[in-house]
Design a protein around this ligand. Structure first.
Ligand code: PMP
Ligand code: GLN
Length: 396
């Protein structure tokens, strides 16, 4: 051990302890609770896709370092996916980059595109790695808070005036996430158009995390920001096979963007992992070509799970913000006579045998997020039913 008083951990990371996901999954294991905290499915994705990974492994495809940008089969499949679902054309050789999950795509993009002192606008509550990566890049995060809507739309909404007011001469980029974790908000075409207009007017880059692109409910559609006027050249779009195909352990993600942006992100990425997930890249290439029925079924299945958990949470006394997308439902615990989400989530395994995530960890303005608690519904129906039964006992 060093004897100096200097902390071992770099000061940029000092405020970031263990991620809440690791903490809460460990708590679930320790207490034998149902884990509705960390967002991962409790059943694997399509059998054919698993078999494709086995085949790649057996055939010796991807067992040695794949090419830095990703295997050509996968880059082509990603480009085809963007064309098929959104009518967006990307050159697989210069405009697509495969990463070690969306997590590395986020890190590499921020490290590549930011200078110390730059400001980054992120929607609050924000996914936890955003804050850590902005800090590692030496930049400053500027949160714009999504708030519960008073209007008929329900859920959490973005205040476009606040977004506009958050831009300063130091703003380098906006870090967007739609569908949004943890609130389940899906930005509308009008909201995205306003973001696009602002980005163009103030000459900002946008990184848009769209890992839940195939989890949009009630017939709504996911609109990639890159499809908005003026955005094709200034947007870095991030996707992930973890969410779309229920293989979160494979860590296959990707970036699509203009060649200069991809080149910049690749410069950072090559010194993070260089490459990852060789055989899985081939399997994901096949997954991306699954018929529409896969994507429709996946969406319908999660919509039903959302409905089940939302209704159960409401019956258990929570105020439920109906999510328009993602794996997650955010609740307000105040109707239960509680106001501190942290304390509530720490006690919940003991009280009900269920684990959830306190949304406050995703806020700079912790008080804004204090009463909100997130539950994941990407679990088997019987598991969700059991969780609901246990949570209903809370009120009684
Ligand atoms: N972005 C968001 C919004 C997420 O919820 C997650 C978690 N899946 C990630 C990125 C990270 O994705 P991956 O597991 O592909 O690294
Ligand atoms: N994205 C998942 C969630 O929000 C967790 C991913 C992780 O553990 N880093 O729950």
């Amino acid at each position: 051990m060093t004897s100096s008083a200097r902390p071992l951990l770099n000061r940029r990371l000092a405020e970031f302890g263990t991620t809440i996901f690791a903490e809460m999954s460990a708590l679930a294991q320790r207490t034998g609770s149902i884990n509705l905290g960390q967002g991962f499915p409790d059943t694997d994705g399509p059998e054919a896709v698993r078999e494709a990974a086995v085949r790649a492994l057996r055939d010796g495809r991807g067992n040695q370092y794949p090419p830095g940008p990703g295997v050509p089969e996968l880059r082509t499949a990603i480009a085809e996916h963007q064309q098929r679902f959104y009518g967006l054309a990307f050159d697989p050789d210069t405009e697509v980059l495969v990463t070690a999950g969306a997590t590395e795509a986020i890190a590499a993009s921020l490290l590549a595109l930011l200078e110390p002192g730059d400001e980054v606008i992120a929607l609050e509550p924000y996914y936890d790695s955003y804050a850590a990566c902005i800090a590692m890049a030496g930049a400053t995060r500027v949160p714009v808070t999504l708030r519960p809507s008073e209007g008929p739309r329900g859920g959490f909404v973005l205040d476009l005036d606040e977004l506009r007011a958050a831009v300063t001469p130091r703003t380098r980029l906006i870090l967007l996430n739609t569908p949004h974790n943890p609130t389940g908000t899906v930005l509308t075409r009008a909201e995205l158009a306003a973001v696009a207009e602002l980005a163009c007017e103030r000459d900002l880059l946008v990184i848009t995390d769209e890992v839940y692109e195939h989890l949009v409910f009630d017939g709504a559609e996911h609109i990639p920001l890159a499809s908005c006027p003026g955005m094709r050249e200034r947007t870095v779009t991030i996707g992930s096979a973890g969410k779309t195909f229920s293989f979160t352990g494979w860590k296959v993600g990707w970036v699509t963007a203009a060649p200069e942006l991809v080149a910049a992100v690749r410069s950072a990425k090559q010194f993070l992992t260089y490459v990852a997930s060789g055989p899985f890249q081939y399997a994901v290439a096949e997954a991306l070509r699954l018929p529409d029925s896969h994507f429709d079924g996946f969406r319908a299945e999660h919509q039903a799970k959302r409905d089940l958990l939302s209704a159960g949470l409401a019956a258990a006394g929570f105020e439920v913000f109906r999510p328009a997308g993602t794996y997650f439902v955010t609740t307000d615990i105040r109707p239960l006579g509680e106001s501190d989400g942290f304390a509530f989530c720490r006690a919940l395994p003991e009280r009900a045998g269920v684990v959830a995530i306190p949304n406050a960890v995703f806020y700079d303005h912790r008080e804004e997020g204090a009463p909100f608690v997130r539950f994941a519904f990407c679990k088997q129906t019987a598991v969700l039913e059991e969780a609901v039964t246990r949570l209903k006992a809370l009120a009684g």
